[in-house]
Design a protein around this ligand. Structure first.
Ligand SMILES: N[C@@H](CCC(=O)N[C@@H](CS)C(=O)NCC(=O)O)C(=O)O
Length: 335
């Protein structure tokens, strides 16, 4: 597959299916437990936001999840981890089938995360920035007792402002570096990325979390890029001024989150590496998946309790990972 356009910078297709699942059902899809299926890949940083938020809020039963295999072909993500290589609830082999059920002429990326309406088999939404906010705001009757407020009204302007620069200069900039088709485009993305990481590091030196004194949506969005940094962005995407493990504040911040229930227990380093190094075969034509880095360091003490902060605000940490949702031993340092 071709991800780089020679002579050009990388431009992300962010035209989403923007239908929303809401408490009042204004777009025709009402919040209803068990009606929808969240389709993800654990490799994907955008999908991983939804995996983490779903677990922090305790939506596992209300919004069941389908995990696609890490390596997709040019047509689609596939359910090749499931018995018979088929999602047991949707009954399909490829996520593409749910996109075509929604729109037989659908000609854009078959992307995760996607939320599928189980009765009709149609994708309702793949609107990445909206999916997690709607989990926080629209699914409240189904949140677990003690669920944190990930997008509290008083903090929204600040969370939105942080999210905007983190998207531009971190979440998306690593892709702009990795898929750059000119030296200039690469240099621009690299400079923006590390300048922003320096600023975030200064901010996080004094404060345990990005906004307020507890975990918010902003932390989830930064974490999903940081946790992939040394495994794929440093080498495969050439974001190599330093490794995360060489940036002490950000490394401690990321370890703190990793060790918090709901974060590290959703991360599958094998899926991450296999996806990036095998799917982007134009920038890794040998298809060799690196053996490292050693992930044991994610469990080292981080010392950030000293900054204070209340990870879950007035709430509590989520309980154990739901049955059947554990990341396989050998794919995580936690097991
Ligand atoms: N396209 C979304 C993000 C979702 C996304 O790109 N997911 C990737 C995996 S990390 C995907 O599903 N790619 C498959 C494809 O584009 O065919 C965005 O612009 O924010």
């Amino acid at each position: 597959m071709s991800y780089v356009s020679p002579g050009k910078g990388y431009s992300r297709d962010s035209r989403y299916l923007t239908t929303r699942i809401t408490a009042d059902g204004r777009d025709g899809y009402r919040v209803e437990p068990g009606r929808y299926r969240l389709v993800v890949s654990r490799a994907c940083p955008w999908a991983s936001r939804a995996v983490i938020v779903r677990r922090l809020l305790g939506l596992e039963e209300a919004l069941p999840m389908a995990v696609a295999g890490p390596v997709h072909d040019e047509r689609s993500w596939t359910f090749d981890l499931d018995p018979g290589r088929r999602d047991p609830v949707l009954g399909i082999e490829r996520l593409r089938d749910a996109y075509l059920a929604r729109d037989p002429g659908y000609d854009r990326g078959i992307t995760v995360p996607a939320v599928v309406d189980v009765p009709s088999g149609k994708v309702v939404t793949n609107d990445v920035p909206r999916i997690t906010l709607d989990m926080a705001l629209e699914w409240t009757p189904y949140h677990r007792p003690g669920a944190p407020a990930l997008y509290p009204p008083a903090l929204r302007p600040e969370i939105d402002a942080v999210n905007e620069v983190v998207y531009r200069d971190v979440n998306n900039a690593v892709y702009e570096a990795g898929f750059a088709g000119t030296q200039e485009a690469y240099a621009d993305a690299y400079a923006r990325l590390f300048a922003r990481l320096d600023r975030l590091s200064a901010r996080l030196e004094r404060s345990r979390y990005l906004v307020g004194d507890g975990i918010t949506e902003a932390d989830v969005r930064l974490f999903t890029t940081l946790v992939r940094f040394d495994a794929v962005y440093h080498g495969h995407f050439k974001c190599n001024r330093q490794k995360l493990a060489e940036m002490p504040v950000l490394w401690a911040y990321a370890r703190d989150l990793f060790q918090t229930p709901g974060f590290g227990d959703t991360v599958d380093f094998e899926h991450i590496k296999r996806h990036y190094y095998l799917v982007h075969d134009d920038i890794n034509p040998t298809g060799i998946v690196p053996a490292g880095p050693d992930t044991a360091g994610w469990l080292a003490p981080h010392g950030r309790e000293a900054l204070g902060g209340r990870p879950f605000g007035d709430g509590t940490a989520p309980g154990p990972v739901a049955p059947g949702e554990a990341v396989p031993a050998g794919h995580t340092p936690l097991a």
